[in-house]
Design a protein around this ligand. Structure first.
Ligand SMILES: *[C@@H]1O[C@H](CO)[C@@H](O)[C@H](O)[C@H]1NC(C)=O
Ligand SMILES: *[C@@H]1O[C@H](CO)[C@@H](O)[C@H](O)[C@H]1NC(C)=O
Ligand SMILES: *[C@@H]1O[C@H](CO)[C@@H](O)[C@H](O)[C@H]1NC(C)=O
Ligand SMILES: *[C@@H]1O[C@H](CO)[C@@H](O)[C@H](O)[C@H]1NC(C)=O
Ligand SMILES: [Cu+2]
Length: 353
């Protein structure tokens, strides 16, 4: 009697504990990693599935009440525009974009039935030759270069789409076509030599600005137009292939020294106004960087953060730390930089293949 009462109390206690502990400690483990692949290795069917999911986001209504975002794709663009001043030219540059790529991948999968992972553009493969890239294919890719005075794209799956967010922080009325000014010379900065320079950096404090310079500029400036808009570039779907490539570069660099580089984060939290930043025209190894013609950048008066823009949160001081908050404005839950340091961690759970 005594024994069976004790036993049933113990069993009851186990039940109570497990009833509480299961939901409170969700299976926070990454079991099956999504496999992110380069665009040029996808089958025609895989490419079509990805592009169809992008069109699905474009055709889905906005739900978050973010200003001027008229569909789901533009909500993802807005969560890049609103905090742009605290996620570029600062230590949070790579972590912020890592989470942003994840938000896009998740929206495609959960809201548009996409079964694949976020692909990336293997840019060194096309450096100096962007205009011939299969990424710009009119049938299987994102359509090609722009033409005419507005530099509108003239083919591909996004030819009908008009976007009102930009240039910079401004709003265009009427909305504009996706515009491109492909420049093969500028795309030379996406080359392997520039990548290797960055890979040699020992600390994040040197690695991040190296990547944000040549490899980052090569993709944005080599495509040009909407893609060259530091604030509003997620209005061209190519943005996600480009920044997933940069994310892979960060992860490749991290994997050169694990687990140390799962902790290495630093950099300033507040950047000078974008219009005042003077970019170096050589990279750290002395390789020259070709900038796009000045008049192809968005007007300077549109790129400085408007009053009331968010300020960095979560760090004790002026330096980016693991506690730095990444605000996703309701598209996905907020996270910290600590949460995104490991792409194979419970939050992200993907790998590059
Ligand atoms: C540019 O790309 C095209 C198409 O892939 C290829 O035929 C050509 O050889 C490339 N040119 C250079 C200079 O790499
Ligand atoms: C490409 O960019 C370079 C460097 O800014 C510029 O000199 C050249 O005119 C551009 N080419 C085209 C076709 O716009
Ligand atoms: C952060 O930087 C600003 C501007 O450079 C400076 O005024 C402030 O004292 C710094 N704060 C800390 C905590 O270092
Ligand atoms: C995300 O962070 C922002 C800024 O700190 C905050 O205002 C917002 O309430 C947070 N959202 C969620 C869902 O926690
Ligand atoms: Cu960005």
């Amino acid at each position: 009697m005594q024994l069976s009462l004790t036993l049933s109390l113990v069993l009851l206690w186990i039940n109570v504990v497990s009833a509480y502990s299961i939901p409170r400690a969700p299976a926070a483990k990454c079991r099956k990693k999504l496999r992110r692949k380069p665009w040029h290795t996808l089958s025609t069917k895989e490419k079509k599935d990805y592009i169809d999911a992008e069109l699905c986001l474009i055709n889905k209504p906005a739900t978050l009440g973010l200003p001027d975002a008229t569909n789901r794709f533009e909500e993802l663009q807005q969560i890049h525009r609103i905090p742009a001043a605290i996620s570029h030219n600062v230590g949070a540059f790579l972590p912020y974009h890592r989470l942003h790529m994840h938000a896009h991948e998740l929206a495609m999968r959960e809201e548009c039935g996409y079964k694949g992972a976020q692909p990336y553009w293997d840019e060194p493969r096309d450096a100096g030759n962007f205009s011939k890239s299969i990424v710009l294919d009119p049938v299987t890719g994102f359509g090609g270069d722009g033409s005419g005075p507005e530099r509108c794209i003239t083919n591909g799956p996004f030819i009908e789409y008009k976007n009102g967010l930009g240039p910079g922080y401004s709003i265009s009325t009427p909305k504009r076509c996706i515009h491109r000014i492909v420049n093969d010379t500028v795309s030379l900065s996406s080359g392997q030599a520039y990548v290797e320079t960055c890979m040699k950096m020992k600390y994040y404090i040197d690695f991040w600005p190296c990547v944000e310079m040549a490899p980052h500029l090569g993709g944005h400036g080599g495509v040009g137009g909407k893609m060259l808009d530091a604030i509003s570039s997620p209005g061209d779907p190519l943005f996600y292939l480009h920044h997933t490539w940069l994310d892979k570069l960060w992860w490749d660099w991290q994997t050169l020294d694990l687990p140390v580089r799962l902790q290495d984060i630093s950099g300033r939290n507040v950047a000078p106004p974008l219009s005042q930043i003077v970019l170096p025209n050589v990279n750290p190894d002395g390789l020259p960087i070709v900038f796009p013609p000045l008049d192809t950048f968005p007007p300077f008066d549109t790129v400085d953060a408007p009053p009331g823009s968010p300020l960095p949160e979560g760090d004790p001081g002026n330096v980016t730390t693991l506690s730095h908050k990444l605000n996703m404005f309701g598209v996905i839950p907020n996270a910290t930089i600590r949460d995104v340091m490991d792409i194979g961690g419970p939050l992200l759970c993907y790998e590059y293949v």
